[in-house]
Design a protein around this ligand. Structure first.
Ligand SMILES: [Zn+2]
Ligand SMILES: [Zn+2]
Length: 397
């Protein structure tokens, strides 16, 4: 695939008009804005339907009627966020080119408008902004790792990524347990939330029956461990099935035939992750007769082994990103970060600009999530525009 370097991009594209480069399907800027908006309304609501479905699945419990209405309202708002970001790309480019720049340049074509359109994140409620920022910071880390790999400075491997995930999980779960007592907890979206540190103290327990007084759950330990494992195993499998079967929903027999053992991998990862974690915390509680936040360190580290069943770069980095988020929220609460600074929104804008820029200019190292996101939200208009850029560059080379 062709990389759009600054030199080649500007040679090939700088003198184009906006109708040649940004909206090749129509000459008029107003028509371009309208078609882009229509594509994005469809795309954005389709994309968020998937996102909300997965989030509800991960919660692992049935929603009440009130919660359903709440979720639906948030779904509508998230859709507005998505379609504003997607459709403003064309409009901002037309406006910027007419008002400020006489030609397209490497930094002002995608990076600048997409940084500005990040302001649409204000459509989301504050706690969702934090979660969206977490996701995008994580994607920026992935983008950097892929860039370093392309330059030959490091090499990714499932083994290395498992190690990073294990270390990250150890630290993350420890901080998460410390943060549980905090009244202003930062919102985190994770596979499961470890229970708060139990204050009960009792005698050490031997054997495998029953529970220790210090265990952070009721009922026997075995039930607690197995129930969590089965639940998240189910969620993992359900997510894989959704992805595998949804596109073939009209041919159910074909869809069922396409199921393979490999479809269990995500379930093994999810189930193993919570299972090992709970097992080790219970064993330590039983052995010592008391609970401690520190147990999260060995439990998080070893549970990270389950990641080996379904390794992926963004998930490998996710515990580290979430640890940074907890540290950031502590910084806010301790007054180390000024409270009136809209840091979350600014950081989101910067991440969005950088990632969308990467999608167009450096497709090879751009996280797959961003490619899919832009494809779905813009109903493949983003791919059309990007392909147009690359064709111009190829002609010159
Ligand atoms: Zn235009
Ligand atoms: Zn237990």
């Amino acid at each position: 695939m062709v990389e759009a370097s600054k030199l080649w991009f500007e040679k090939a594209c700088s003198s184009c008009s906006c109708s040649e480069l940004i909206h090749p399907w129509t000459y008029k800027c107003s028509d371009a804005t309208a078609t882009m908006l229509m594509s994005n309304i469809r795309g954005s609501y389709k994309f968020y339907a998937m996102v909300y479905l997965i989030q509800i699945l991960m919660k692992g419990k049935k929603l009440s009627k009130k919660e359903m209405v709440e979720q639906f309202k948030m779904y509508l708002k998230s859709g507005i966020f998505g379609l504003t970001v997607g459709s403003s790309f064309v409009t901002l480019n037309c406006i910027f080119r007419k008002l400020f720049f006489s030609e397209f340049s490497y930094y002002t074509t995608v990076l600048l408008p997409c940084t500005v359109s990040g302001l649409a994140v204000y459509f989301e409620p504050p706690y969702r902004r934090v979660m969206v920022l977490n996701l995008f910071v994580n994607l920026v880390f992935e983008y950097w790792v892929r860039t370093l790999e392309m330059k030959g400075w490091l090499r990714r491997s499932p083994g290395k990524e498992t190690m990073i995930f294990m270390l990250g999980s150890a630290v993350f779960f420890y901080f998460l347990r410390l943060d549980r007592e905090n009244k202003k907890r930062t919102p985190l979206f994770w596979f499961f939330t470890p229970p708060r540190v139990s204050k009960e103290v009792g005698e050490p327990v031997e054997g495998i029956k029953g529970r220790s007084a210090a265990c952070p759950h009721s009922g026997p330990c075995i039930n607690y461990v197995l129930k969590g494992t089965a639940q998240l195993f189910g969620v993992g499998c359900a997510m894989t099935m959704l992805r595998a079967i949804l596109p073939k929903i009209l041919t159910p027999t074909k869809a069922l035939k396409s199921l393979r053992f490999s479809h269990l991998k995500l379930g093994l990862f999810f189930g193993g992750y919570i299972g090992i974690y709970r097992l080790i915390v219970c064993l330590l509680c039983r052995a010592h007769g008391r609970d401690s936040a520190l147990y999260a360190l060995p439990a998080g580290f070893l549970s990270g082994l389950a990641f080996r069943a379904a390794p992926s770069t963004p998930i490998a980095l996710a515990p580290l990103t979430s640890t940074l988020q907890i540290l950031g929220s502590w910084g806010y609460q301790k007054g180390m970060i000024p409270a009136n600074l809209p840091l979350i929104e600014i950081l989101y804008c910067l991440c969005q600009g950088l990632l969308f820029h990467a999608r167009v200019m450096h497709e090879d190292v751009c996280p797959k999530y961003i490619i899919n996101l832009m494809h779905t939200v813009t109903s493949s208009k983003a791919d059309e525009i990007q392909a147009g850029f690359i064709q111009r560059i190829v002609k010159l080379i």
